[in-house]
Design a protein around this ligand. Structure first.
Ligand code: ADP
Length: 224
């Protein structure tokens, strides 16, 4: 059993899920004038929904809650608040996943109050129903047990954070690691294969940021 429940999501999955989500929105008869992507996770699904739903107007707002992969920050904030006039328009807010729902609730309330559209609905590729404080109007997948979905747009960031977290535990007992040992331990912890290119990039980032030092090409030492 992996230590952190994680599932790798491919680009193909994303296209398929976005297409399915668009179909549900279309079938409901809702025709948004504007799509608002919640940055950063909603960017790719929002762009794909513009394509599938034939929507030209795409805005974004950054509502942040999570600071790093699978770790939650205290509260959500609108990072760069700004105003636009959306009176008379129908809005579709798009995010990748509704986990706690807090960043979406904040974004929705902000948009309704400050941008004043006629109607706001929410769409997400995935909805973690047991933990979410909000049920999106549209979702493609209902997730019934909490999992960290390793989306393709955070592959490097997540791999970096995951290795770092793994080594802050495992590195207490073992300081020197070969590339292969790191990969094996990563599989034990997370049970996902991000591919060698991402894995090497993540290790390089750990070296650059001073968390690991390089002994030779394929051997590393945990610092501190
Ligand atoms: P929301 O308000 O959409 O539920 P959260 O505040 O819970 O969002 O999380 C914000 C962002 O963090 C999500 O849009 C997503 O990009 C990322 N995230 C949160 N939970 C997960 C998860 N279980 N798997 C992958 N990414 C996640």
């Amino acid at each position: 059993m992996p230590k952190v429940p994680t599932k790798l999501v491919s680009w193909d999955d994303i296209v398929e899920w976005s297409r399915g989500l668009a179909k549900k929105i279309k079938e409901s008869g809702y025709m948004p004038d504007v799509i608002v992507a919640i940055a950063r996770g909603g960017f790719v699904p929002a762009r794909l929904l513009c394509d599938f739903l034939d929507v030209e107007n795409l805005l974004s707002i950054q509502s942040q809650h999570w600071t790093e992969a699978a770790k939650v920050a205290d509260r959500a904030i609108i990072k760069f608040p700004y105003k636009v006039d959306l009176t008379g328009m129908k809005v579709l807010i798009v995010d990748d996943i509704v986990d706690t729902g807090e960043s979406l609730i904040l974004a929705r309330d902000y948009i309704m109050k400050e941008w004043k559209p006629d109607e706001v609905r929410i769409a997400a590729l995935q909805w973690i129903s047991p933990v979410a404080k909000l049920r999106p109007d549209y979702y493609f997948i209902e997730v019934k047990e909490w999992i960290w979905f390793q989306y393709p747009w955070t592959r490097l960031e997540d791999t970096y954070q995951f290795i770092k977290r793994m080594l802050s535990e495992e590195g207490k007992y073992k300081k020197e690691w070969s590339y292969e040992e790191l990969k094996t331990k990563f599989m034990e912890w997370y049970d996902i294969d991000v591919g060698d290119e991402y894995f090497r990039d993540a290790i390089e980032m750990l070296v650059e940021k001073g968390f690991l030092s390089r002994i030779d090409k394929d051997r590393f030492r945990v610092k501190g």
